[in-house]
Design a protein around this ligand. Structure first.
Ligand code: ADE
Length: 237
């Protein structure tokens, strides 16, 4: 998978994208990131990427031309690549979108910055994505969140003992509680059943815990959780 990122701050990606699973995925050639600074596509002496808004008001607005030229250059050999504009006005990113995007061969992300961008930029994106109802100083951190979530879903990105299959949200349920050694710590013990070696009972307990946890913390997720009738009755008790 090729992910190209249009940003005024490519250096922001240096640390986060060169650690852990993202680093390994690049080493295994599962994903390649390329960064393009659209300031390099300005033609004026001051390399201006933003300007004051028509109609007045405070703040600066990203100009259309540098982003347009940068996008043209990036899409030249790959016109079918999906282009995603990061903005709080976009569709809210979730695990389902992460799964869909992880199946793409080529993605292009545009990071806004400053107070906003010229409205004409929107028409060059296939869709707009938000990572939540808050305003960041730019799209870079949002792209990092999206890329982290989708790269780990590329087959082979997680090691054999890690698995995305049971993640929270995979079947619309939150994850069940997990424990590791020691059996007891600061007066708090691992549930006995997990030490029993009884796999069928452990599976049943985990499913029950996931259902209870989801009902307590995120009841909105239950409608897509495909609970059996017995499980629905259990929740009513
Ligand atoms: N840019 C600024 N805020 C954002 C958000 N919440 N999601 C995506 N991009 C953004």
């Amino acid at each position: 998978m090729l992910i190209q990122i249009l940003t005024l701050f490519p250096e922001m990606f240096d640390g986060p994208f060169n650690c852990s699973i993202l680093k390994r995925a690049q080493e295994q050639n599962l994903v390649e990131f390329r960064y393009h600074n659209f300031r390099d596509f300005t033609t004026d002496k001051h390399r201006m990427v933003d300007d004051s808004p028509y109609g007045g008001g405070s703040g600066m607005v990203l100009k259309p031309e540098p982003i347009y030229r940068c996008l043209q250059a990036v899409k030249k050999d790959r016109p079918l690549a999906k282009t995603i504009l990061m903005t709080p006005q976009g569709a809210v990113f979730d695990q389902k979108l992460a799964r869909q995007l992880s199946a793409e061969e080529h993605l292009i992300f545009i990071c806004g910055h400053y107070e906003g961008f010229d409205e004409r930029i929107r028409q060059w994106a296939d869709f707009e994505l938000s990572i939540g109802d808050y305003v960041l100083t730019g799209g870079e951190l949002a792209v990092m969140v999206v890329c982290d979530a989708l790269v780990r879903l590329i087959p082979g990105a997680l090691g054999s003992d890690e698995s995305a299959v049971r993640d929270s949200f995979t079947g619309s349920l939150l994850d069940f509680p997990q424990y590791t050694r020691p059996v007891e710590f600061e007066g708090s013990a691992v549930p006995e059943l997990l030490l029993s070696g009884h796999h069928a009972k452990i599976e049943a307990w985990r499913r029950e815990q996931a259902i209870v946890r989801t009902a307590q913390r995120r009841p909105d997720l239950l409608k897509d959780a495909n609970l059996t009738e017995a499980e629905q009755r259990f929740l009513m008790e």
